[in-house]
Write a protein that binds this ligand. Structure first.
Ligand code: C5P
Length: 283
C-alpha cells in the first residue's frame, strides 16, 4: 500500500490578469501548501476503484466524475498500464472550498500511482495529465511555495515558506469556482510575481499586503458569510493577515506564534461551532 498526503492549497494572493479565448482566466498567484489535508492510499487491484471515507465523504457521492478516477484513467491510458488500483480517499477538507481539495486529491493520486505502477516518472512529467484534470492540479503535485501563472500551468518553485502558523476557516457553504469567475467584474490586475519567498514572516506580510485576492468581491456576492469569516479571523490576537483563498469560501489567518493560532482556533470554534476550523503550518 502506498500513501500520499494531499495538502490544502492556499493562494496567499491571487491576481486575475486576463482571460483566454476559451473562457479560462490568466492568473498570477503565490501558492503554498498546508499541513492540513486529505489522504490518498493506493494498493494493487485488477480494476480501478475508489472508496471515500473521512469527515466530508458523505458530500462526494457521485464518484464517476471524481477527479481521482479521471487521474487514474488518464495515467493508465497514457502509459498503457494493464493493472488497476484500489484507491481510498480520506476526505478531510470541505468540498468546493477554495483550497484545492479535489485538485490535491487528483495530484496525490498521480504521485501514488506513479509509484504503485512503477512508472518511474519525474513529477514534472505528470504535469500534462494533471492539467487535463484541472487548472490547479499541476501545482498540487508540489509541496514548495510556487509562483503560478497562465491558468495554472506555469509553475516556478520558490522553495520553503518562512516559519509561521496558519488558521483555516470555512463557513461550510460550498462556493462554485466557475460561478465566482463568471461573477468577477472590473479591470484585470498587474502581474506582481515574487522571485523568492521572503525568509521571515514580517517581510512576507509586507509583500502580501500590496497584493490581494481578486476573486474576493465576486465570491462575497455569492456567499456573504465570507466577510464574517475574514472579520472573525482578523479580530483574533496575533493575526498578521487574513484573506480568502482561491474562489472561497475558505479564508486563512497567518500568525507568528503557535499560542496565538491555537487560541484563535479555540475562540472561533466556541463562537461558530458549525464552521470548519483547523490550524497548522506550511509544508
Ligand atoms: O480547471 P478547473 O476545473 O479547476 O476550473 C473550474 C472552472 O473555473 C473552469 O471551468 C473555469 O470556469 C474557471 N476557471 C477559470 N480560470 C482558471 C481556473 C478556473 O476561469 N484559471
Amino acid at each position: 500500500m502506498i500513501e500520499f498526503f494531499a495538502p490544502a492549497k492556499l493562494n496567499l494572493y491571487l491576481h486575475v490578469t486576463g482571460k483566454r479565448e476559451d473562457g479560462y482566466h490568466l492568473l498570477d498567484s503565490l501558492f503554498c501548501f498546508a499541513s492540513i489535508g486529505d489522504n490518498i492510499k493506493v494498493s494493487r487491484s485488477n480494476e480501478i476503484s475508489l472508496e471515500i471515507e473521512g469527515a466530508f465523504s458523505g458530500e462526494l457521492q457521485d464518484c464517476s466524475n471524481n477527479s481521482i478516477i479521471k487521474a487514474a484513467n488518464l495515467l493508465k491510458e497514457k502509459y498503457g498500464v494493464s493493472s488497476g488500483a484500489k484507491i481510498v480517499l480520506e476526505k478531510n477538507l470541505p468540498i468546493a472550498s477554495g483550497i484545492g481539495g479535489g485538485s490535491a486529491d487528483a495530484a496525490a493520486t498521480l504521485l501514488a500511482l506513479n509509484e504503485l505502477w512503477e512508472l518511474g516518472l519525474a513529477t514534472q512529467e505528470l504535469e500534462d495529465i494533471a492539467l487535463k484534470i484541472g487548472a490547479d492540479v499541476p501545482a498540487c503535485l508540489y509541496r514548495d511555495a510556487l509562483q503560478v501563472a497562465g491558468i495554472g500551468e506555469k509553475i516556478t518553485k520558490l522553495g520553503a515558506m518562512p516559519q509561521c502558523y496558519v488558521l483555516l476557516v470555512n463557513p461550510l457553504k460550498a462556493v462554485s469556482t466557475p460561478a465566482v469567475f463568471k461573477n468577477r467584474v472590473g479591470d484585470f490586475s498587474k502581474e506582481m510575481p515574487l522571485d523568492k519567498v521572503p525568509d521571515n514572516i514580517n517581510d512576507l506580510i509586507d509583500v502580501l499586503s500590496i497584493r490581494q485576492n481578486d476573486l474576493y468581491e465576486a465570491a462575497l456576492s455569492l456567499e456573504t458569510e465570507i466577510a464574517d469569516v475574514i472579520k472573525m479571523i482578523s479580530d483574533t490576537k496575533g493575526c498578521l493577515l487574513s484573506r480568502m483563498s482561491g474562489s472561497g469560501a475558505t479564508c486563512f489567518g497567518l500568525y507568528q506564534n503557535i499560542d496565538d493560532v491555537e487560541r484563535a482556533l479555540e475562540q472561533i470554534i466556541s463562537k461558530k461551532p458549525e464552521w470548519w476550523v483547523e490550524n497548522g503550518y506550511f509544508l
